[in-house]
Design a protein around this ligand. Structure first.
Ligand SMILES: Cc1cc2nc3c(=O)[nH]c(=O)nc-3n(C[C@H](O)[C@H](O)[C@H](O)COP(=O)(O)OP(=O)(O)OC[C@H]3O[C@@H](n4cnc5c(N)ncnc54)[C@H](O)[C@@H]3O)c2cc1C
Length: 377
């Protein structure tokens, strides 16, 4: 068994063990017991390097993150989302932070003592994230942040935010800086939003939040690059998480088609049923191949990973939606009952086609790269 397979297998076992905690969280709020449990069982630390409170000798790995997210997506979307947002919120600190920042801010996230969030989106800057307007004005050696962030996973409960703000007005993507902001900072407030999603999400208001120069993450005015680098790392893993969900749906459909009788035989004997499942299994396998190829390209530090990463997210999220839809069709009405696995997955598979870049913007990223460098992969 490879290290990656062992990690995936351990993640599945941990998710099964934590089911009672995962299902007992308050709706719309961060389940701190679950995050604590994920750290106690050793899963969160295995996703962070030692300098950031984890147990990894090496830096973070996109392929290992994918393996964990696929395994968790198959077992529990709530647990999967908890791991995903902890890493999404803290990895920018791991990628661009000094050793002191990594230890101070990412360390507690890896140990499950603090909750992380990644705050890029604003009411007037979603797909067009380079248009963000949350202002960062110089104040002595530090900055004062003012503005609004919206649709931020884990907000407003998070303890550590990576917040992207405008340091140079009018400079587009070249005037954005990343900051580390504590959840208890004076002037920071937030509200819970209710969305079709398996995790807590909210809106943040920043009213002159003071941050010191030690909370600037990476270089001033280079924050957009860091946001894109983080998304290149995470997009394959969004694909991996929905592949896990779609695999659970496919497994359920195969089992149901084998046992459900109609016209005196199991419905798997109708080609209209079995060939649909064959088609879905094939597409799912193609999506999985694309996801791990993109993640491995990221880990190899291939220069142009954006295209592959976009392809992986696009194809996997669109495919997973189809697979879960077909699995419901094969089940008939029973799959639509509240509380049924497929009813749950049908709701949960929708948001990933929107977050971390919609399917449309993934096609745009692929197209731009295609015309820039036609024959490269
Ligand atoms: C469950 C969930 C969790 C989220 N978590 C986070 C988070 O933790 N942190 C964070 O910062 N954000 C988060 N988001 C926000 C998410 O990243 C944005 O919703 C997403 O980027 C799309 O922005 P928008 O919703 O404003 O849509 P818009 O940008 O308003 O897009 C509307 C439509 O126009 C299309 N469109 C826009 N521009 C183009 C173009 N150039 N070409 C083709 N089509 C285009 C879009 O594809 C879409 O169909 C989350 C969203 C959801 C649903």
């Amino acid at each position: 068994m490879s290290d990656r397979d062992r990690l995936a297998s351990d993640a599945s076992a941990i998710a099964r063990k934590l089911v009672p905690i995962a299902t007992s969280g308050a709706e719309g709020r961060v389940n701190r017991r679950l995050i604590g449990g994920l750290a106690e069982e050793g899963l969160l630390p295995r996703l962070f390097p030692r300098r950031a409170g984890g147990t990894r000798d090496e830096d973070v790995s996109a392929a290992e993150l994918c393996a964990v997210r696929e395994a968790l997506g198959r077992e529990s979307t709530v647990t999967e989302n908890a791991v995903a947002i902890q890493t999404l919120g803290a990895y920018p600190i791991v990628l661009a932070g000094s050793d002191a920042q990594a230890e101070r801010y990412a360390g507690p996230v890896a140990r499950g003592e603090a909750v992380a969030a990644f705050a890029l989106t604003e009411p007037d800057a979603g797909t067009d994230a380079g248009a963000l307007a949350l202002g960062a004005e110089r104040d002595g050696k530090g900055y004062r942040l003012s503005g609004t962030k919206v649709f931020i996973s884990n907000a407003p409960d998070a303890d550590v935010y990576t917040i992207f703000a405008r340091t140079t007005p009018g400079a587009g993507t070249k005037g954005i800086t990343a900051f580390i902001v504590s959840g208890d900072a004076k002037g920071l407030s937030g509200t819970v939003l209710r969305l079709l999603s398996a995790h807590p999400i909210g809106r943040l208001e920043l009213d002159g939040v003071l941050v010191s120069e030690h909370q600037v993450l990476g270089e001033v005015d280079r924050g957009f690059k860091l946001a894109m680098r983080t998304l290149d790392l995470f997009r394959p893993s969004v694909g991996a998480s929905v592949i896990g969900m779609a695999q659970a749906a496919l497994d359920a459909a195969v089992a149901h088609a084998s046992s459900r009788q109609a016209f005196g035989r199991p419905i798997k004997e109708f080609q209209a049923v079995s060939h649909q499942l064959a088609e879905m299994a094939t597409r799912l396998e193609a999506a999985r191949a694309l996801v791990y190829a993109a993640a491995e390209a990221y880990d190899r530090k291939d220069e142009h990973v954006a295209r592959r990463s976009a392809m992986a997210k696009l194809f996997a999220t669109e495919t997973a939606q189809q697979v879960i839809d077909v699995a419901i069709q094969v089940h008939g009405a029973i799959a639509l009952e509240h509380g049924h696995l497929l009813e749950h997955l049908y709701r949960e598979v929708r948001a990933p086609r929107i977050y971390e870049g919609t399917s449309e913007i993934q096609r745009e990223i692929i197209a731009r790269d295609l015309f820039r460098r036609p024959s490269e992969g």
